[in-house]
Design a protein. Structure first.
Ligand code: SF4
Length: 481
């Protein structure tokens, strides 16, 4: 795990992936798909294409639209097969060498890979690979997969990849492009999402269905946990390289990461967030005049809270959507200023009102404190805070930017103490059972949680082999941009 660098005190998904097989506009479609996945990573984007002879790679620091809206850039990405990646680079992990898709030539030919997730034994594997002679070009855990494939003696790319995957621990949704194949695979627990779509008879793979919508592709289905799909000129083949296991999809995708208009694992994200808000209203009612979302991520849950409680919903905080990278700096001074850059109270609405603010989560509590203060200064007479998830008590090791546990306000503080810290009149979190009720599931089945909920419960679904190691120990090159 790398240093937490979120400017708005949220857990932050680190990657989105996309791929198209055999479409005349593959590169342009991939750029559009990545644009729809921009919420999954805003620091860098890349596309690799293949034209039957050669691979072409464009990788850039910045938003998708900064570079991939240019016709000359799309024109350079020749061919009708492409994969792409958006990334949220964090301190120590930034730099062009880590921007995906990663590409390598090995005995089996060219291989490009885009990965969403995090390998929890990458350090251990890299140490072994270095001892066998591997030279790593990036500090990305994804490169481990390339070296494992290159070292494999198995016949054919699918067998090599399968052998590599069996050595991995952690979370991965992967899209890979070879000279003949587009491959999509999810880890055995299906922690991160991956969906299959179809456009004009061509297969499309994407992290979320919203990326299919933007290009007009039909949603076909989710790739199953532990499933590998191999797309060739002959069509699609589904492989099951792992013994079946109960799925442990990331529950935080529903709370915050996924776009509300996406269908994820058979559920509409917006509908789940509204159901979460309704559960929150039942569990933590408030005697107030208005339900106010902390925009935008708190909005669906606030609507659900208002509908369930019968209290009017209103937009008491307005968000500025044009806060770009200029203001995203990991210093406390700028981070504190960031709340005002992003949010402004609607004073006329708030003045003299008792309000409940609904947000999706609290990480360090810094933003919540400033928003509560801002709403009070705008004239609200009471400010009650309701959080549409349980307290985040532990870090994520599965491809999400989170602070170390000691910086999570809920790791060491009671709800009462957090309430005091953020200066609210009352504070309520959704219970873990309430979260599962909103999803229509019991928390546990055969005593196993039905989702990954480790940041709330510390019950990690995979071994965390690298946790004890210093993740930075091998990262000796600091790139200066
Ligand atoms: Fe999602 Fe699990 Fe990570 Fe929490 S710990 S963000 S539930 S993958």
């Amino acid at each position: 795990m790398v240093a937490y660098n979120s400017e708005d005190d949220h857990f932050r998904d680190e990657c989105g992936i996309f791929g198209v097989f055999e479409h005349a506009d593959a590169s342009a479609l991939t750029a559009l798909g990545l644009h729809a996945l921009q919420h999954r990573g805003q620091e860098a984007a890349g596309i690799v294409s293949f034209d039957g002879q050669q691979f072409f790679s464009e990788r850039h620091i910045g938003l998708v639209g900064d570079r991939f809206s240019k016709p000359e850039v799309i024109g350079r990405l020749k061919g009708n097969r492409t994969i792409g990646h958006v990334r949220y680079a964090t301190a120590g992990g930034a730099g062009i060498r880590n921007v995906q898709p990663l590409f390598a030539e090995f005995a089996g030919g060219g291989f490009a890979v885009a990965h969403n997730g995090n390998l929890t034994n990458a350090q251990k594997l890299q140490t072994q690979l270095r001892q066998q002679g591997s030279i790593f070009q990036s500090t990305s855990d994804t490169e481990t997969i390339i070296h494992l494939i290159a070292m494999s003696q198995a016949k054919g790319i699918v067998n090599r990849l399968t052998e590599a995957l069996h050595k991995l621990e952690g979370a991965y949704s992967i899209i890979a492009l070879t000279e003949k194949k587009l491959v999509g695979v999810r880890d055995p627990l299906g922690v991160r999402p991956l969906v299959l779509g179809m456009l004009d008879g061509s297969y499309v793979l994407a992290s979320e269905s919203c990326a299919l919508d933007i290009i007009g592709a039909d949603f076909v289905r989710d790739i199953e946990p532990g499933e590998m799909v191999v797309i060739t000129e002959r069509g699609i083949a589904s492989h099951a390289p792992f013994a079946p296991k109960p799925s442990r999809f990331c529950v935080f995708e529903y709370v915050y990461f996924a776009r509300p208009d996406s269908m994820v694992e058979g559920r509409n994200v917006y509908a789940v967030r509204k159901a979460i808000g309704a559960e929150l209203a039942n569990e933590s009612p408030a005697d107030v005049d208005l339900v106010i979302p902390v925009p935008d991520s708190g909005t669906p849950a606030a609507i659900g809270y208002a509908e369930s409680s019968g209290i009017p919903f209103d937009l008491g905080i307005v968000r500025n959507h044009y806060v770009g990278r200029t203001f995203i700096e990991p210093t406390d001074a700028i981070r504190h200023m960031g709340v005002k850059l992003k949010h402004n109270p609607n004073r006329l609405l708030l003045s003299g009102k008792r309000v409940v603010l609904v947000d999706d989560s609290i990480v360090r509590g810094t933003t919540s404190r400033m928003i509560v203060q801002m709403v009070r200064e705008a004239g609200a007479t009471e400010v009650h805070m309701r959080i549409a998830s349980p307290p985040t008590r532990d870090a994520c090791y599965y491809g999400v930017d989170t602070p170390q546990k000691e910086h999570l306000i809920a790791a060491k503080n009671s709800v009462g103490a957090i309430c005091e810290t953020i200066g609210a009149d009352s504070l309520g979190f959704l219970s873990i059972d309430g979260l599962y009720r909103a999803l229509g599931e019991a928390h546990r089945n055969n005593d196993i949680p039905q989702f990954c909920d480790a940041c709330f419960t510390s019950e990690y679904p995979t071994p965390l082999s690298d946790r004890a190691e210093n993740a930075a120990s091998h990262h000796r090159l600091v790139e200066v941009e």
